[in-house]
Design a binder for this molecule. Structure first.
Ligand code: G1P
Length: 295
C-alpha cells in the first residue's frame, strides 16, 4: 500500500479555542514556535506522505500560505544575515505539496472528507484531524501505515480514554488480533457512557481506501445532525473489514486548553536555551499553587 496523500479537514470554527481563534484559524495558533498545523503536517511528512489536501473555508487561506514561500520575508532575513531563521522559514515551504478544496457548507467531518474525493482520486489515503498531535519516535501515521500494509485493510488510530470522556469521541468495538491491533466489529460516534462498546476512542488518524467515499455519500446524517465519518467507517468496516491500532506516544488535543498549554511547555522544555529559565518559573508557580485540584 503506497500512500502519498493526506486529507486534513480545517474548515471548523474552532469554538473551543475562542476568543484566540476569532480571526486566526485555530490550526494557526502556536505551540511554542510553530503553528499547530505544522506539527500535524510534519507527522505526515515523516510518515512518507508527500501531498496534503486541506479541506478549508474562506477564512483559512493563511494555512496554505504557511506552507508556501514568503519571498519578501526571505529577502529581509537574507539581507539581515539571519540564515538560521531563513532556513527554518524555507523548510516549511518545502515540506509537502499543498492542495486546497473548499467545504462550502459545514455538514460534518464525514462531509469534509467527501469534499476531498476528486483531489484524492482512486488511491488509499490518510485522514488526519488537525487538533490531535501525536508525538512518538515512530510517527502516528506511520504506525497506522505499517499495520495497513501488513493487514491490507483500512486502519484507524485509537487510544484508551477514561469513562467520563467516551462521549467526546468515536468509540470502537473490536477483537484484539495482535499486540495493540483490533479487528473492528462496530463503532459509534460519541456514545453515552452506558452505551459505549469500549473505552477505545478514535484519535484523529485514519488510513482509508477510496471506497469510503461511496459510504460517505450513502449515509444519513448522524450524531448532531452531521455527516459523520465514524458512521461511514462503520459501514465500510462491515463490508470489507477494518483494523484499529492503539497509537503509541504522547497525545495533545490542541483544542483543549490544558493539553494546549502542556504541549507548549513540552516543546519549549526541549529547547536547551529555554529549559533552565522556564523550569525555574514553573517551579516557582508550583510553590505558589501547591494544591491544584486534579480531574
Ligand atoms: C472527530 C470524530 C471522532 C473522533 C475525534 C478525534 O470528532 O468525529 O470520532 O474521536 O474527531 O479527535 P470531533 O472532535 O471533530 O467532534
Amino acid at each position: 500500500m503506497n500512500i502519498r496523500k493526506v486529507v486534513i479537514p480545517v474548515a471548523g470554527w474552532g469554538t473551543r479555542s475562542l476568543p484566540a481563534s476569532k480571526n486566526i484559524p485555530k490550526e494557526m495558533l502556536p505551540i511554542y514556535n510553530k503553528p499547530v498545523i505544522q506539527y500535524v503536517v510534519e507527522e505526515a511528512m515523516h510518515s512518507g506522505v508527500t501531498d496534503v489536501v486541506f479541506v478549508t473555508n474562506r477564512e483559512k487561506s493563511v494555512i496554505e500560505d504557511h506552507f508556501d514561500y514568503n519571498l519578501q520575508l526571505e529577502s529581509v532575513l537574507e539581507r539581515a544575515g539571519k540564515m538560521e531563521l531563513l532556513g527554518k522559514v524555507r523548510e516549511v515551504a518545502e515540506m509537502v505539496n499543498v492542495m486546497a478544496v473548499r467545504q462550502k457548507k459545514q455538514l460534518g467531518l464525514g462531509h469534509a472528507v467527501l469534499c476531498a474525493e476528486n483531489a484524492v482520486g482512486d488511491e488509499p489515503f490518510v485522514v488526519m484531524v488537525g487538533d490531535d498531535l501525536i508525538i512518538n519516535d515512530v510517527p502516528g501515521v506511520q504506525q497506522l501505515v505499517d499495520v495497513a500494509r501488513a493487514g491490507k485493510k483500512p486502519v484507524i488510530g485509537v487510544m484508551e480514554v477514561p469513562p467520563h470522556k467516551v462521549d467526546k469521541y468515536g468509540i470502537i468495538a473490536g477483537k484484539e488480533c495482535g499486540d495493540g491491533v483490533y479487528e473492528i466489529t462496530d463503532m459509534v460516534e460519541k456514545p453515552a457512557v452506558d452505551k459505549a462498546p469500549s473505552n477505545l476512542a478514535i484519535i484523529g488518524r485514519y488510513v482509508l481506501t477510496p471506497d469510503i467515499f461511496r459510504h460517505l455519500r450513502e449515509i444519513k446524517p448522524g450524531h448532531g445532525g452531521e455527516i459523520q465519518l465514524t458512521d461511514a467507517l462503520a459501514s465500510l468496516a462491515k463490508e470489507r473489514g477494518m483494523l484499529a491500532v492503539k497509537l503509541k506516544g504522547e497525545r495533545f488535543d490542541a483544542g483543549d486548553w490544558v493539553d494546549y498549554l502542556t504541549a507548549n511547555l513540552y516543546f519549549a522544555l526541549k529547547e536547551e536555551q529555554l529549559q533552565p529559565k522556564l523550569l525555574a518559573r514553573v517551579r516557582k508557580m508550583l510553590v505558589d499553587y501547591p494544591s491544584g485540584r486534579g480531574e
